[in-house]
Design a protein around this ligand. Structure first.
Ligand SMILES: C[S@@+](CC[C@H](N)C(=O)[O-])C[C@H]1O[C@@H](n2cnc3c(N)ncnc32)[C@H](O)[C@@H]1O
Length: 280
């Protein structure tokens, strides 16, 4: 039930906003998310001086609505993530993907390219950066670069900063925490920051998985696209997987979240194990 503080959201305004969110991000909000939407958006309405959702819909309909639509997507996206989430994917990367790939990269003098395609606030790409940096200490000839992207500008700003509370970095092994993070002092007490050497290895871009082209290099060796497919319907999953596959090198891997599956999707990738797919 909505609180008395919240601005009333009519069924018509709700349908309009849900439809707009779907058209722009393919995030599908069910018919039961009215209270959630109203609570997330009421503060936004106030901050831009509006008193009703009808006025807000008018802003979203206007020709200059792009910035407000981006704000809306920021507010409704679910950004939950953590360091070393679903750790077996990182284990698979170092045990199965990298060992056969490294000699080819060295022979071709080619960099290793990894993309975290719904990176949220940076925990996933920085985990990847730590894992790659550690593994590649034995192969100094191999250059590597991580692209990280998300639809939400808010999380990308946080990710670029690379500042986390100490409890957020608990999953990072202590020796790696020391090597790759700097402890904060004074106003930053209780926080730590990813060291600049590691931050520099991650390039952030705002990418909506449904835009036509992605501003990242082709020939990615591994794409992590985890815990975002669950928000999309089947046709949208298929579209996103096909677009991402175009950016994969031959034999490259697409890794999705544990609770996600590409079942029922025509994707042309080889299923290796739960959540791990390879381009033929
Ligand atoms: C739950 S987080 C997952 C973060 C990380 N991959 C993980 O597994 O911990 C899902 C992220 O997907 C992003 N997202 C949602 N729809 C998107 C879209 N259409 N294109 C790109 N990113 C999207 C959200 O902003 C959010 O940060």
């Amino acid at each position: 039930m909505s609180s008395s503080q919240e601005t009333p959201l009519s069924a018509e305004a709700y349908r309009f906003i849900v439809d707009l969110i779907y058209r722009h991000s393919r995030i599908k909000l069910g018919s039961d998310k009215q209270a959630l939407l109203s609570s997330r958006l009421t503060k936004r309405l106030r901050s831009i001086g509006l008193s009703s959702f009808d006025d807000y819909c008018a802003v979203l309909r206007s020709p200059q609505s792009q910035d407000e639509i981006e704000e809306l997507l920021d507010l409704i996206s679910t950004n939950h993530t953590r360091f070393y989430r679903e750790p077996d994917h990182f284990d698979y990367l170092i045990a199965k993907i990298l060992p056969p790939l490294i000699p080819t990269l060295i022979a071709r003098r080619s960099p290793l390219r990894v993309w975290s395609a719904a990176s949220s606030s940076g925990e996933e790409p920085y985990t990847l950066a730590i894992v790659l940096s550690e593994f590649l200490r034995a192969f100094p000839a191999v250059d590597w670069q991580i692209c990280a992207s998300d639809i939400s500008k808010r999380v990308l700003t946080a990710a670029k900063q690379g500042v986390y509370r100490m409890d957020a970095v608990e999953p990072v092994p202590p020796d790696l925490l020391k090597r790759y993070f700097q402890k904060g002092f004074g106003a930053q007490e209780g926080k730590c920051r990813v060291r600049s050497e590691l931050r520099d290895k991650v390039r952030y871009e705002r990418i909506n998985l449904f835009q036509h082209e992605y501003p990242i290099p082709l020939q990615q060796h591994v794409i992590f696209c985890r815990n975002v497919m669950i928000y999309f319907d089947i046709p949208s999953r298929e579209q996103a997987v096909k677009r991402m596959s175009h950016y994969l090198a031959p034999s490259g891997y697409l890794i999705v979240g544990h609770s996600e599956s590409l079942m029922g999707i025509n994707h042309g990738l080889k299923s290796i194990q739960q959540g791990i797919y390879q381009k033929p």
